[in-house]
Design a protein around this ligand. Structure first.
Ligand code: SF4
Length: 333
């Protein structure tokens, strides 16, 4: 386990614990270390955000939690515990009992994830029949409850995905994720490709469902402003690594890691003085190549000599707040 990483959140009992997770992909260009040593935990009722640019490994973390990595991907090391059970060592049939019933996922891209030739009611019921083994009539009653919960009018339940707007399709995806009564829901880019008004509605829906059902949410997004509105705690990833982790207020008020500082300064603001947005120059590193030192150093405005030599490890910078950067002393605050 990377040093200090499990001190990143308060001492609430944990539902989900991840230690030193590594997920790699075999590619034509070599081994790609998509996730390389991530640790975190999720308490009951907590909303945890996973932030970072596209390709930083956020979705791979979500898929790893479900043991649903695509072909070519594998979990190369680490531990995932759900209610104390080691998910990575479970036989697949036991994982299938946890998947959807305990941990569910709202996949990215609602239109692609839905079956275009089945009505939204039928395919939501299919998921319930498949995972809960109940008769179709019972599944349909459950679908009616779920659709009411997520704000889909009953009169539209027999429609097909192409008849729904992007926001309504996302509601179907949320209903499907909730179909078997999970305790943890992973939402992967739940507002991507939606306009700002619909984004706000989906944000409100997720917040409402979390409160009503007591869910734990792991919300994956490149949109820091969205995460700031919704989450209790945020993990910032860069190039498959955790670079900063902290309570949402502290992380936005006083980000410690230069990468997080760049991300926060790139958020458009509608209040206060007009400030030019500053894009982050350069690109993330090629994770199939051997890398040395800090992975962010080629883009970092604060790099020092040590950054090219040693890889910084996450260390406490304040209570419940970690940063992986040589600018912070090894002994912590
Ligand atoms: Fe920048 Fe160095 Fe900190 Fe990396 S370790 S973020 S290069 S200051």
């Amino acid at each position: 386990m990377a040093s200090g990483q499990n001190q990143n959140q308060t001492a609430r009992p944990k539902l989900l614990e991840v230690f030193d997770l590594r997920a790699y992909f075999d590619t034509r260009r070599g081994l790609l270390r998509a996730v390389d040593g991530i640790s975190f935990s999720v308490a009951p009722g907590q909303i945890l955000g996973l932030a970072g640019e596209s390709g930083c490994g956020k979705t791979t973390v979500g898929l790893s939690l479900m043991r649903l990595l695509p072909p070519g991907g594998r979990i190369a090391g680490g531990v995932i515990r759900y209610r104390g059970q080691d998910v990575l060592r479970m036989p697949l049939r036991q994982v299938r009992r946890i998947r959807w019933k305990e941990i569910a996922m709202i996949f990215q891209g609602a239109m692609n994830a839905l079956n275009p030739v089945r009505s939204v009611r039928e395919q939501t019921a299919d998921a319930i029949v498949l995972h809960d083994g109940v008769p179709p009539a019972q599944a349909y009653r459950r679908v009616a409850e779920l659709f009411e919960l997520v704000g889909i009018p009953q009169g539209r339940a027999s429609e097909y995905p192409h008849e729904f707007s992007g926001g309504m399709r996302q509601r179907v995806m949320i209903a499907m994720a909730l179909a078997c009564g999970p305790k943890v829901v992973i939402a992967d880019e739940p507002t991507t490709a939606l306009d700002v008004m619909v984004q706000a509605q989906i944000l409100e829906l997720l917040r409402d469902l979390q409160g009503r059902l007591g869910l734990s949410l792991v919300v994956i997004s490149h949109d820091l402003a969205f995460l700031a509105e919704l989450c209790d705690h945020i993990l910032v990833m860069y190039a498959g690594k955790l670079v900063e982790s902290g309570p949402v207020d502290a992380l936005f008020r006083a980000p410690k890691h230069p990468y997080t500082q760049c991300l926060v300064s790139a958020i458009p603001r509608i209040r206060g003085p007009r400030v030019a947005l500053r894009p982050i120059p350069g690109d993330p590193p090629d994770l199939t190549q051997p890398l040395r030192g800090c992975y962010f150093r080629d883009r970092c405005p604060a790099a020092i000599a040590e950054c090219g030599e040693a890889e910084p490890q996450p260390r406490p910078v304040m209570a419940g707040h970690l940063a992986a950067c040589h600018l912070y002393p090894r002994e912590g605050p």
